[in-house]
Ligand binder design. Structure first.
Ligand SMILES: [Fe+2]
Ligand SMILES: [Fe+2]
Length: 236
């Protein structure tokens, strides 16, 4: 048996981001729950571990997206990438998704009541993410950049581990909400009678989910462990 199954999901995705598509296919969490081994995660979700391993081994590297080696990037560059790519994406998509979700909830809520819950959940998620990203952009990320520049930890709130833990906790909450939306929408599958707004909403929600998983993965599994390591190194 392959030793892949004893590696954690986070480890595998950190080494090769194209593996994220396999975990997404089986709805295995590669951001917040990424600390589990593949074997454990499959066991918990009642998934055949061999199917997952097969897919991982068959991954071709000819993705449309280049394989970006995030884990080898300098931390300040990674932070700028997260803000420019993922924070911008969230900022640009929240209001349009809210608009679609409210419309679908109003028009289809009677026959497909899950859309009312989806609309409420997404509105909460959007508000939480906006506040969360402000904390990262105004407090945590500048503090990390200061640490990198001055080679010392001048963080005003004690250990940088405190705000990092808070961000991880908020990621867990966001992850829970998006997973609930994924479940309610039957993994973003529209019914046959769905109108174009309904289809557009589910397409946008799926796109948003993929982006959020990748965003949280970069922070939880690459940025934050390196920040903790940096703080420890500076103490020496
Ligand atoms: Fe972020
Ligand atoms: Fe975050």
């Amino acid at each position: 048996m392959n030793n892949l199954e004893n590696k954690t999901i986070a480890e595998i995705v950190s080494n090769d981001i194209s593996a994220a598509s396999v975990f997404k296919k089986y709805q295995l969490d590669f951001c917040c729950g990424g600390g589990k081994t593949i074997a454990k995660a499959c066991e918990n979700s009642d998934i055949n571990v061999e199917d997952v391993i097969n897919d991982l081994e068959n991954l071709t590297f000819s993705n449309a997206n280049p394989n970006l080696n995030f884990k080898d990037w300098k931390l300040d560059f990674l932070i700028d990438y997260i803000v420019n790519v993922h924070h911008t994406f969230v900022n640009e998509n929240i209001s349009i998704i809210n608009e679609f979700a409210q419309k679908v909830a109003t028009v289809h809520g009677e026959h497909n009541p899950e859309n009312i819950e989806i609309s409420n959940l997404f509105e909460n998620l959007g508000n939480e993410l906006l506040a969360h990203m402000q904390k990262e952009e105004n407090v945590l990320f500048p503090a990390i950049k200061e640490m990198l520049k001055n080679k010392q930890n001048n963080f005003h709130f004690g250990s940088i581990d405190n705000p990092v833990k808070m961000m991880e906790h908020e990621h867990d909450n966001a992850g829970d909400i998006i997973k609930k939306i994924q479940e309610l929408s039957n993994n973003f599958t529209t019914p046959d009678h769905a109108c174009n707004t309904y289809k557009a909403l589910y397409h946008k929600l799926e796109e948003f989910t993929n982006d959020l998983f990748q965003h949280i993965h970069l922070e939880n599994n690459i940025l934050f462990p390196k920040v903790r390591q940096l703080e420890n190194d500076l103490k020496k």
